[in-house]
Design a protein around this ligand. Structure first.
Ligand code: HEC
Length: 167
């Protein structure tokens, strides 16, 4: 009896230790699963925001073509492009908000986007004001202001890229 009395607590301790170890193994497995999930979500967010920016880039290329007099888009087409950029600016806000410092896919977004979000937001706002201005001058057919409005809009791209993109 004495021996069993002495052994039982030991067995209980070993089982308890085994349980704790078991729990720890489980915890670290689920930690890495969580990390993998976070990584894949961050990757998806990076790819999404690059698509949003690439769409703005494609629209802007069309406007650049007008500026260089290489393609003769009418004012209505210019206004529609400006409106589309305006809409994409709203998507950009959501697309950039999520932090993606842990993403594994290549990104050129600097972490300052999140640490200086208000400054980044000013950049997005100036893109949207410039797109609004272009929408206005092109829908009112104020032809001579169209070129300068396109230039103003493209300046907002460059100033944000200089600040918030890695080379
Ligand atoms: C407020 C900041 C900001 C503004 C304004 C902005 N961009 Fe960007 N843009 C970024 C950042 C940050 C990236 C980097 C995305 C990445 O790779 O993680 C980017 C990436 C891009 C890309 C590369 C997308 C890809 O496929 O990887 C293009 C093209 C682009 N921008 C075009 C434009 C154009 C054109 C404008 C102006 C009409 C503009 N952007 C305005 C911040 C901005």
């Amino acid at each position: 009896m004495k021996r069993i009395d002495a052994i039982l607590p030991m067995v209980a301790a070993i089982i308890a230790a085994g349980c704790v170890v078991g729990v720890q193994v489980q915890a670290s497995e689920s930690d890495s699963q969580v990390r993998a999930l976070e990584e894949s979500q961050e990757d998806a967010n990076v790819l999404y925001r690059q698509k949003v920016m690439a769409t703005i880039g494609a629209l802007m290329k069309g406007l650049g073509c007008v500026l260089k007099k290489e393609c003769a888009l009418d004012d209505k087409a210019v206004a529609q492009s400006a409106e589309a950029i305006l809409f994409m600016t709203e998507l950009s806000d959501t697309a950039f908000k999520a932090k993606t410092e842990g993403a594994t896919v290549k990104q050129t977004t600097r972490p300052e986007v999140w640490s200086e979000w208000n400054k980044f937001k000013v950049g997005l706002d100036s893109m949207s004001s410039a797109a609004k201005e272009l929408l206005e001058v092109s829908s009112k057919k104020k032809g001579k202001y169209i070129d300068s409005s396109i230039k103003n809009l493209s300046k907002t791209c460059k100033s944000c890229h200089d600040m918030f993109r890695t080379k």
